[in-house]
Design a protein around this ligand. Structure first.
Ligand code: ADP
Length: 475
């Protein structure tokens, strides 16, 4: 397979007039150079998506579903190639990259099945004066913006439902990991997506060009995954034309270990919740609130497991923890740890940047973190676990809710009723009970508070790209 590095507009792969390098963060080498979209090419992408919209909306749902099904099959057949590409440009270990490809492909399968399931309803009005008919139609050309941490899954989680719903799309992936997104778009082309239905651009400068696209009246929706800071800028821009906005933003996930938890199970869950993707996930456990009676045992076992992780290039088979996506991200993580240690926390394991090339940071457990420590208010996005000791479920829940974010929470307890009670009281869109990972294309993914708007996946995902229409009439 050869690396795809051009942009796709109206079914044509275009080299662009300038190129940007994509780096391997484990050694800084250049993997490839991607096509940069100018203002004219951004405009052309909008025109292509708008022109293709009527015929794509008129394509039978089954046919749209079958294209997605073929894309799922191609992704599955080419999984190893995609996993290596992800690992190379993102830095994550191959095992994580393979897991991501499976997860990402499932969005195409799930939405190939959902394409034919958008029921409406037909009923009599309560006062008998008319019939109420409710139906759905595609919202229209949609702009999809994705981040670098899950370069395949964030793209398929948006492309899958948009295409199933009958919307044409313009994908704007993160430049750091654009090669994976381009490879997925290439798969969609080979699966039979008609020209103009999927376009992919990497505009520079990003902000100005995206702003212009969001002010084009032909664009009807925006689906964004990324930081809350950029998400709220885009919400303001989208507000001018009252564009439908779906937002998957930052997280600050609490991980509660209640006093009756099975500590070994909690450590296994913590390793998954913290270390999937090397900690670079909006779902990553960011704050550990651990009951005093189990704190020492949990910290010791967790630190021991973290200390065993071997740091190295993600593509090496004996690496457990790869590089962060860039030196910039690595330095952000290192600064958060130094500040926490200066404020009184202890690094039980890890805690310092290794010498040498590459954006590496070791698995780190911080014990004795103060309840008001700054690290508890920052999305770490790296392999660092701050532990805070708590004296009751109430205290843990209060601390868990003491954040502007509410994407996901983790609760470990030996008693289902007690765990469910905590789950109901925690302010987050998702709660994992006695599990370290719950993301599933068949379940609604999304946050409350400043973690976002809307849901992706599950039965809700396709509705982000559908409008509802009510038709009232007399028989
Ligand atoms: P992260 O912290 O994951 O890099 P960002 O929010 O910075 O999150 O980036 C997520 C996506 O948003 C990327 O594709 C990035 O290029 C894009 N992006 C960043 N700034 C802007 C902006 N001002 N307007 C539109 N998109 C942007």
């Amino acid at each position: 397979m050869s690396i795809v590095s051009d942009m796709l507009i109206g079914g044509e792969w275009l080299p662009g007039s300038s190129r940007l390098p994509v780096h391997d963060p484990s050694d800084g080498s250049v993997i490839s150079e991607i096509a940069v979209a100018s203002e004219i090419e951004c405009e052309a992408a909008v025109t292509a998506a708008a022109d293709a919209q009527p015929s794509w909306a008129a394509t039978a749902p089954r046919q749209r579903g079958e294209i997605l099904r073929r894309a799922f099959e191609l992704m599955t057949a080419e999984a190893e190639y995609l996993a290596e590409l992800i690992s190379k440009e993102n830095g994550k270990v191959l095992a994580d990259a393979r897991g991501e490809v499976t997860y990402a492909a499932e969005f195409f399968r799930w939405f190939s099945e959902e394409a034919v399931r958008t029921p409406g309803d037909y009923r009599e009005a309560p006062n008998g004066d008319k019939r109420i008919l409710v139906t759905h139609y595609p919202i229209g050309p949609s702009l999809l913006i994705t981040p670098w941490n899950f370069p395949a899954a964030m793209a398929t989680r948006k492309l899958g439902p948009a295409l199933a719903a009958g919307c044409t799309t313009i994908l704007k992936p993160a430049t750091e990991t654009a090669l994976t997104a381009l490879a997925i778009v290439d798969i969609l082309q080979r699966a039979g997506v008609p020209a103009g239905v999927v376009n992919v651009i990497l505009p520079q400068p990003v902000g100005e060009n995206i702003n212009r696209i969001l002010h084009d009246p032909r664009i009807r929706s925006l689906s964004f995954t990324g930081s809350t800071a950029v998400g709220s800028i885009l919400l303001r821009q989208g507000a001018d034309r009252v564009i439908r906005c779906s937002m998957e933003l930052g997280g600050n996930a609490p991980f509660l270990v209640l006093s009756d938890a099975d500590v070994d199970a909690a450590v296994t869950g913590a390793m998954l919740a913290k270390m999937r993707n090397g900690g670079a996930a909006c779902t990553a456990a960011n704050r550990f609130f651990v009951a005093r009676n189990v704190e020492a045992e949990f910290t010791e076992k967790f630190a021991s497991a973290m200390g065993k992780l071997r740091l190295g290039p993600g593509v090496h088979p004996d690496t457990d923890l790869g590089a962060l996506v860039s030196n910039y991200e690595r330095d952000k993580v290192a600064d958060l740890v130094s500040d926490a240690v200066a404020a009184g926390a202890t690094a039980v394991v890890g805690g310092s940047t290794p010498e040498g090339l590459g954006a590496f940071y070791p698995a780190t457990v911080l014990a004795g973190v103060a309840q008001d420590a700054a690290i508890l208010n920052s999305e770490i996005f790296g392999p660092v676990a701050p532990i805070v000791t708590v004296d009751s479920d109430d205290e843990a829940i209060e601390l868990a809710n003491n954040t502007n974010f509410g994407l996901i929470s983790y609760v470990y307890s030996g008693n289902l009723g007690r765990a469910l009670k905590a789950a109901e009281r925690i302010e987050s869109g998702m709660v994992a009970l006695n599990r370290g990972v719950i993301s599933d294309p068949a379940a609604p993914f999304g946050g409350v508070k400043m973690s976002g708007l809307g849901r992706e996946g599950g039965f809700d995902g396709i509705h982000e790209f559908l409008e509802k229409k009510y038709i009232g009439f007399d028989l």
